[in-house]
Design a protein around this ligand. Sequence first.
Ligand code: FAD
Ligand code: SF4
Ligand code: SF4
Length: 679
Amino acid sequence: MLHLVGMSAVHPERCRAEDLLLIGDIGMECSANGQASRPDLFKAKLERPSGLSRKLDEQHIPDLRVIAGAGERELYTRDQADVPQLLKDALIDYHPEVVVQPFTYQAVASILEFARAHNIPVIPRGSGSSPFGGSIPVNGGLVMDVSTLDRVLEVDAQRKLVRVQGGCRWADVDHALSQHSLRLITCPSSRFSTVAGWICGGGYGVGSLGGGHLRDITTSLKLATTKGIVTLQPSQEEFRAVFGSEGQLGVVLEATLRVKGKDRSSRPHLVILKDLERAMDLAASIRSLDPLPEDLIYFSPGKLRHANELLGSEHFRTGHALLVTSSDERSEKGLCKLFSSSGVQEGEGYQARLLWHERYFPMKLRRLGPGMLGSEVLAPTAHLGRILQRAEDLCQEFALDPLLEVHFLQGPESLLLCYYLTDQTNQSLYTLDAAKSMIVTSSLMELGARPYSLGVWNNSFSDRWPREEMERLRKAKEELDPSGIMNRGKYLALKGRMFGGAGVIFSPKGSGLGFDVMARMHAPIAPFLRSLSAFSRRVMAPKAVDPLVRVANQCSMCGACISVCPAYALTKDERVTARGKLLTAKAMAEGGEVGREHAHRTFLCMRCKACEQVCQSRLELIPAYEVLEDRLEKVHGKDHVEIERFVRMAEASAHYEEMVSRGLVLGAPKNSMGGERRV
Ligand SMILES: Cc1cc2nc3c(=O)[nH]c(=O)nc-3n(C[C@H](O)[C@H](O)[C@H](O)COP(=O)(O)OP(=O)(O)OC[C@H]3O[C@@H](n4cnc5c(N)ncnc54)[C@H](O)[C@@H]3O)c2cc1C
Ligand code: SF4
Ligand code: SF4
C-alpha cells in the first residue's frame, strides 16, 4: 500500500537540522522546508505566450517558468541521439506545445494537476543526455524540465547517506560529498546528467562492478504523481518499477543514496593481451576476487587504435585491453596477487590513469567522424567472447570500423557497447549507418543479448525486455498514473504520427522482425549495403560544409556545458549555452529563421570558457560564438546596454563565484586567462 499525500499538502518534509551538514551548493539558499527558493532570474523581453502556454500562464502558478517562445521550445525537440531527420519527421510529433521549469515541488504538483485536468501528456526531462528519445515528445504535449530542482539537500556523513533533488547533476553531488571526504559508489560517465534521469533511464556506470546497479544503493525515492506525492522504499514493487521507467510513472523529486569514504589505495591497472580468449579468462578471474574491484572494462583493439589517434600519440600497443580499478587496500592487494600468480604483465601506470581519466569523455571520438552510432546491449557474460567476435565480424562485413567496450557487472550480464564513426554531414550515409546499427543489435539479440534501455528507438526490441519487469512497470503505471498522462505514447504503448502508426512500425512485429531477417541474411545483403555506402560517400557527400555546422556536428549534444554556464544559471534559458548556440547555428545554416528575441538571448554570454573546460568533444567554442554573433548581429543588431547589464549581474552572482573557485571559469578577470567579455 502506498503512502499518498494529497495535492493540498505537498510541502516536502522539513530538513532535520541535527542531520544537516550541508545544504545547497551553488548560489541558492535552501529554505526551511528543504526546497530551493526561485533564483533571481535575469529579466529580459520574452515572446508572448499563446495557445497552451497562455492557458498555463493564466493559472499564475508560483515558482514556475513557462517557456512559450518557438526558438527556445525547439531546443527540447531532441535529446543526445541525432536520429536521421527523415525518419523523425515521418514518425513522431516531437514538438512540445509548451515547456515548463518548476522551482518547487508545489509547482510540479500544480502542473501535474493542470495536465491531468486537460488530458495533456507530460514528458519529464533532465539533461536530455540519453540517446533513446525518453525525454522528447512523440505526440506533442508538455515537457517538464526538472533540472531546475538541483539541490543537494543533506549529507549525513555518519550514516554515509546523501539526499538530493531529482534534477541535481552527478558532478555536483560528488563535489558536495568531497567536502566530507565521501564519494559516490557509482555514477554514469555522463557526470553532467541528472540523478532522476539516470534513475529513470540507465543505472549502470562507473563503479558498477563493485557497487552494483543504482537501485542497490538507493534507499528511498520521492515521486510526484498525478495522485499526489509518494515516498517509496526498496521493499515496495513501485520502487523497483521506477528504475528504467523513462518518466512513465511520475516525476522523481528526491532520492537518498548510499555513499562511501574516499580511499587512497584505490587505483587503475591496465593489462593488454594478444588474444580475446585470454582477456575473457583474465576478466573471469578478476570477477571472482573478494572483494570485487570497483570497476572492470574491456577495450577492443579498435578502441585502443582510436584512442591513440585522438591523443595524438602511440600510447597503447594493439591488443585486447582490460582496465581494472581496485576499490580499497584489500582489493588492491588481491589484484596484485592475481597478476603475479597468472604471470600477466601490467602496462605503465600513466597509461592506466590516462584511460581511467577518459572514462568521463566517451563521446570525444565523435569529432573524428563527425558522428558516432552504435548499439548498447546487456549481454550474457558467459558468452561474451562469442558475442564480441560476432559484433566485430558483422561490423567489418558492413564496412564499419567498430570500437568495442564491455563494462563488467555483478550477476550474469555485462554491458556491451559497440560504436563506430560515421559522417553526420552526409545524411544518406548516416541513415544507412543507423540502419546497420539496428541490424547489428538484432544479431547480438540472437546470441542472448537484450537492449540496455527502453526507449523510442529501441522499441523494435521491446519484446526482449524481461517479462517480469515489464509486468511490474505496467502494474505501477495503473496504480500511479491511472489517467495515463506521464510520457504518454511511449514504450508501454508507443504511438506517433500516422494515427499512432509509428508504434506499429517500431514494434517487435514490425521493424523488429525486419532487422531480425536482415541479421540472419547478413551474408547476401552485406555486399549490397557496402556498395550503397560507397555510393553515398562518393556522390551524396555535401560539396562544402559551413564551418559552424561542422562544429555543431562534432558536438555530442551531451549538455555538460549547461551545468557550468553562469549565463544559464542566471537565465535558465538553454539558448545562452554552448549546446543551444550550436543548435541555433545549425538551424540558421539550414535556412531556419532566427527571431530577434532569440538572437538577443544568444548574445548573453560572459566568454568565461567554462563550457570549453568541460566540453565532451573538446570543441573550441569561443571562436564559434564570435562567428555566430557576427551573423546574428548583421540581421538583428546588438543591444550593448543589455549585454553589459547582464555581464555585471552575472559577475556578481554566487554561482559565478563558485565556478571561479572550482577553477572552471578560466576567462574570469580574476584568473587572468583572457577571454572575458569586453563590453
Ligand atoms: C558522454 C555520455 C556518457 C554516458 N554515460 C552513461 C553511463 O555511464 N551509463 C548510462 O546508463 N548512461 C549513460 N549515458 C546516457 C545518459 O547520460 C544517462 O542515461 C543519463 O543518466 C540520463 O540523464 P538525463 O538527466 O540526461 O536524463 P534525460 O535524458 O533528460 O531523461 C532520461 C529519461 O528519464 C526521464 N526523466 C528525466 N528526469 C526525470 C524526473 N525528474 N522524473 C521522472 N523521469 C525523469 C525522461 O523522461 C527520460 O525518459 C551517457 C551519455 C553521454 C552523452
Ligand atoms: S563562455 Fe561562459 S557564459 Fe558563455 S556559453 Fe560558455 S559557459 Fe556560458
Ligand atoms: S558543446 Fe561540448 S559540452 Fe556542450 S553539448 Fe556539445 S559536446 Fe557537450
